[in-house]
Design a protein around this ligand. Sequence first.
Ligand code: 5AD
Length: 363
Amino acid sequence: MNHAELLGWLREEDPVRLEELWRRADRVRRVQVGDEVHLRGLVELSNHCRRQCTYCGVRAGQRGLLRYRMTADEVLACAARARALGCGTLVLQSGEDEGLEAAWVADLVRRLKSESGLTVTLSLGEREERELRLWRAAGAERYLLRFETSNRRLYDAVHPSLPGRPSDRLADLRRLRELGFEVGSGVMVGLPGQGWDDLADDLELFRSLDLDMIGVGPFVPHAETPLGRAPRPAGPQQVPATVTLACQVVALARLLCPRANIPATTALDALASRRGWELGLTRGANVVMPNLTPLGYRALYEIYPGKELLREAEGCGEPGPRERVLALGRTVGAGPGGSRAFVERPGRALAPSQGEEPCPLCL
Ligand code: 5AD
């Protein structure tokens, strides 16, 4: 699919044509990655952050927000709950928190591996190569780092670099792959200033990076952030932050990256009044990430509003993740659920051998 065709699908509003897109994405998902939906237990390890991202509710500039760091024992308790829930993977996510010392994280990963046997995904922001190396050696298998938008100007505007350290997430992704991580990235849909071409470029970048995991969610304005306070730009080029457009991006990501693992994201679920998993899973996605963060902390990890109200794993009378998956006629994935893109990549984690197509992230 070329840029013009992507643009055509992104701008499509005819519900009949969109049904065709959902059908195609769902078919490719079924053929390529099957009916299993993998559950990833999400633990929001710390809400400390040194960055000033203008979209995010836990940015460094956020005054009056109580900051927390979970203890290793608290994380291990979450891991036990993850196992009980049928998750094969634990995702440790945090703000970009220098107080999460590399050696402490490595110890935590080792304990998680030996005590729970879960696959470990880290999503701790832009960290030093020596730290990433340490965590990989400790047993962490996967790393998530969204590039947020492929539009460099927009990226710099919403995601200021640290003084003297220009942010280069594409270089970070390349490094993660070289270190042998299964690599995930993704974008927000509907950022103020984001245009149609930008979204088509995002999709083409997913394809050329040959990502193992792709997370796409709608931008949800947070009133306490610069982007949440600013008037939303209007005009024909501005893309909307809607559930449908986020689903269009998910469906197209499935068509372009058929063997990737693609979650129906929490932001999609929040914006779609807790029907977002169902929408995502029937439009190309094959992963969900139930939030296992203890409730007291979860309320403090408000990167966007509405999120802390999601209580899908709490057994509070509402259907849990397993029920929601089964209700769609799908099955819950067993085991680590690594992406086909990763598992089947020739010479993965090794230098490409002669004559083999080099992986674009390793170039
Ligand atoms: N709306 C939607 N998604 C957001 N994220 C951060 N802030 C927001 C927001 N206001 C996403 C970013 C980040 C991920 C952890 O959460 O894409 O990478």
